[in-house]
Design a protein around this ligand. Structure first.
Ligand code: UT7
Length: 336
């Protein structure tokens, strides 16, 4: 049977570190408020003057993953690029990354599933691999939030939580009878909650797509009903964890590490409590990176592998919820 195997991972965080204290220069907030309500202590942002997009961060993460896989860019059959902060309105960041990798005609597709880009991306890769369309796939989750945030008191609820960063994963099909690789995945979307976390402009449903009025009102910045997203996460994450475990024929005890999307430390602590698992079984890095959306889980996975918290024969469960709203979970078992 064909299974989808993770060959390697890589991550890249831009070097500029913005601490909670730094944010207090630009808006009415405090180090304590941010830390207590979110767990975040610092985040990485691209240079303020611009010039660095999601494909640039994705390129750096991809180079590391490709090197670790022993792949040349030409070995890639398909690029899947997950981002809510594309370099430009179109073409997609996957096309830009393809060119930056020096490739000529390798296909690239962008997916716009925000914080659940990892789930939609890996499920897509799994389906392409199992159908025989592609055997070696590069997945990239990358965000440059900082150039699109309202760095004033008006936007403080959203701005303090987001960071820039990218993660990359090389995946390959492998014939085996062993239960390894992507074991099960669940994907969900509930578009009725689209307004709960939204950036309205530029918008094709308006003509012109961006007006001076929209800019004045800050409608090109993300807006969030934080409370309702928070409550949805605390309901949906445990729910999708159990349904995905059932699909894989596994129990909570079979999971060596849970890697939830890094949106808020309190959400992840609530998730841990709902699952009744020990703190050591949860991976957190939101303290250092904030919420890097499509980058969040690939970055965390890369770190957990590097720190050897997981390795050969580990079983990992990923879960996340974000704008859309979309949510999902995925279980992966590493080979012996
Ligand atoms: O990854 C995408 C999915 N997103 C999420 O999962 C985010 C889910 N939501 C959250 O993480 C939380 O709702 C937030 C961290 C965004 C906000 O925390 P909260 O505990 O829900 O605060 P709140 O929005 O209810 O605001 C409480 C108070 C308000 O003041 P009043 O009305 O009580 O006087 C806000 O104006 O905190 C104020 N506030 C701030 N104060 C200082 C909001 N943002 C800030 C801030 N600094 N940055």
């Amino acid at each position: 049977m064909k299974r989808t195997i993770i060959k390697s991972t890589g991550r890249y965080l831009p070097p500029r570190v913005v601490t909670n204290q730094d944010l207090t220069q630009w808006m009415e907030t405090s180090e304590e408020w941010i830390r207590q309500r979110t767990g975040i202590e610092q985040r990485h942002w691209v240079p303020e003057e611009g010039g660095v997009g999601a494909a640039d961060l994705g390129l750096e993460a991809s180079k590391i993953a490709l090197d670790r896989a022993g792949w040349k860019p030409e070995d890639i059959d398909l690029i899947i690029f997950a981002t809510l902060s594309p370099d430009i309105f179109f073409p997609g960041s996957g096309c830009l990354l393809q060119h930056k990798l020096g490739l000529e005609t390798t296909p690239a597709l962008d997916i716009r599933q925000q914080c659940t880009g990892f789930f939609y991306g890996l499920s897509t890769a799994d389906a392409y691999i199992k159908s025989g369309y592609a055997n070696k796939i590069l997945f990239v989750g990358s965000e440059v939030h900082s150039t699109g945030l309202d760095v004033s008191t008006r936007g403080r609820d959203v701005t303090v939580i987001f960071g820039d960063g990218a993660g990359a994963i090389c995946m390959e099909g492998m014939e085996t009878d062993k239960p390894v690789g992507i074991m099960a995945a669940s994907l969900h979307c509930q578009g009725k909650h689209a307004d709960a976390l939204i950036t309205e402009g530029p918008a094709s449903r308006q003509n012109p797509r961006l007006t001076h009025e929209m800019l004045d009102e800050g409608r090109h910045y993300p807006k969030m009903d934080g409370r309702s997203v928070y409550k949805l996460a605390l309901t949906r994450l445990p729910e999708v964890t159990y349904t995905t475990l059932e699909k894989a024929g596994l129990q909570i005890e079979d999971i060596d590490l849970f890697i939830p999307h890094q949106a808020n430390m309190r959400i992840n602590q609530g998730y841990q409590k709902a699952l009744k698992v020990s703190e050591e079984k949860m991976y957190h890095n939101i303290q250092r990176y904030g919420n890097t959306t499509a980058g969040s889980i690939p970055i965390a996975l890369d770190e957990a592998l590097e720190k050897k918290i997981i390795g050969p024969s580990s079983t990992v469960l990923f879960a996340g919820l974000g704008a859309g709203v979309t949510w999902g979970a995925l279980i992966y078992k590493f080979q012996d």
